[in-house]
Design a protein around this ligand. Structure first.
Ligand SMILES: [Zn+2]
Ligand SMILES: [Zn+2]
Length: 443
């Protein structure tokens, strides 16, 4: 599906409620009307939300294995009066709070952690190890999904606490397996919108290594599409001293790695984002044997579907031509699509932005899209106008120091040192998400 189709579908779905909002909206009214009450709710609940954060941080679980994490979130929602269903898309949780006539608003968090060692030295750092792909590995919440879960619980508490002031339905979704880009799809295939009703709008947030208190987003593509690349070059093995007896796959792989960047630099429009990186080359056993095959693995990222198609074609063509140049058999090339770009809906973003700007002022920024991928894109692709935004997690002083010429860069997501400052980060996230949701509800 291309971007235009997604946008057209999204606006068709939003039309009914967008009309209501256009007629009723008074600029900045959501922040003015709810700001202080949201703050009061956050102060009342914060201690319990931080306990959830630290507990989940210390007990991370890998993709599709988030059993006890899901149970924790489900019980939090039940206490607030949500109707809760567990085990959607394997380990996902769906909580509905029906509160009169109005749109259904989906709020997404991810449940999963990463197979890596945490090195933050925090008192609540994860020390957990599990078996993963046949090896023992550490597990850590180094992408901030624990912070998203705590903020999701905090937002549920805040909106439930203000239930007398808005109408509509909250659909709180805790999704498994974001890191492997499979969880959103699993929940949709398990009938998320068929069993629980289709959402009118969807929101998700992500922690990001910027100053806490800051909120960033854009319209259009905000995260990249992703294709998983794998190619095996087949040759003929021979003694290292007799290359004429071989068809050398190491030479083919080397040529391909260099030549394929010509697709990116010479064929793609230089104003359009697109990267192709090879992260793994595997071939041969020792120095004096020319192996008979080499396996390359990599990743392709882009925003625009036409750019993506062009790069896919160029990569395939370069691989085939590289083998032909050596007189080798056709290589096996796989380019498996693993996720679309997340498209932020313009009307939805503009409505939320007015409320966020009124509450946070200049700390709300339009930011360029990020080059990483996100399976939050799936809800948009299913026809739900969506907004994905970033929240900062570090002390503004540290962020400023890192910007200086000799400054030490702050650890980003997936770094073993990634260590958000919980209180100001979570409080900002809860307030921003509550305002974004309220900006779409009748109140
Ligand atoms: Zn991640
Ligand atoms: Zn993440």
């Amino acid at each position: 599906m291309d971007t235009l189709t997604i946008r057209a579908r999204a606006s068709a779905g939003a039309a009914a409620w967008a009309l209501v909002a256009t007629v009723q909206a008074q600029p900045m009214s959501t922040a003015e009307r709810f700001g202080q009450d949201i703050d009061a709710q956050i102060e009342r609940h914060y201690a319990s939300v931080e306990r959830v954060y630290k507990d989940i941080h210390a007990h991370p679980e890998l993709a599709f294995e988030e059993v006890s994490t899901a149970r924790t979130l489900a019980s939090e929602l039940r206490t607030l009066g949500f109707e809760v269903t567990e085990g959607v898309g394997k380990t996902g949780v769906v909580g509905l709070l029906r509160n009169g006539a109005g749109p259904t608003i989906l709020v997404r968090t991810e449940l999963d952690a990463l197979p890596m060692e945490e090195k933050t030295g925090l008192p609540y750092a994860s020390k957990k190890r599990v078996s993963y792909e046949g090896k023992e590995t550490f597990v850590a919440h180094s992408c901030g999904h624990d912070l998203h879960m705590a903020s999701w619980v905090g937002t549920a508490k805040t909106l439930a606490g203000l239930k007398g002031r808005w109408q509509g339905t909250l659909m709180f979704v805790a999704q498994p397996a974001e890191e492997v880009l499979g969880g959103a799809k699993a929940m949709l295939e398990d009938g998320l919108f068929k069993r629980f009703g289709k959402a009118d709008f969807a929101f998700a947030l992500h922690s990001w290594p910027m100053a806490y208190g800051e909120i960033g987003f854009n319209v259009g593509a905000v995260t990249s599409s992703s294709d998983v690349f794998e190619a095996r070059f087949h040759g003929r093995g021979a003694h290292g001293s007799a290359p004429d007896k071989s068809i050398d796959p190491v030479l083919m792989a080397s040529r391909f790695v260099v030549d394929v960047q010509g697709v990116i630099s010479r064929e793609k429009d230089p104003f359009q984002f697109g990267v192709f990186s090879i992260g793994s080359i595997q071939g041969g056993t020792t120095g004096n044997i020319i192996p008979d095959n080499v396996l390359l693995r990599g990743t392709l990222r882009s925003y625009d579907p036409a750019v993506r198609a062009k790069m896919r074609e160029g990569i395939q063509r370069t691989a085939t031509a590289t083998a032909a140049m050596s007189g080798a058999p056709e290589p096996d090339v796989k380019l498996v699509p693993s996720g679309d770009a997340t498209i932020n809906d313009t009307a939805l973003v503009e409505r939320a932005e007015a409320s966020l700007k009124a509450a946070f002022g200049a700390k709300v920024k339009r930011l360029p899209p990020i080059t990483a991928s996100e399976d939050f894109a799936e809800y948009g692709a299913a026809g739900v106008p969506s907004m994905f935004f970033l929240v900062g997690v570090y002390d503004p002083k540290d962020v400023e120091a890192a910007r200086q010429p000799q400054g030490k860069p702050l650890p980003g997501n997936h770094s073993p040192f990634f260590a958000p400052v919980p209180e100001p980060s979570i409080k900002t996230a809860v307030k921003a998400m509550s305002l974004a949701v309220l900006s779409t509800l009748q109140n």
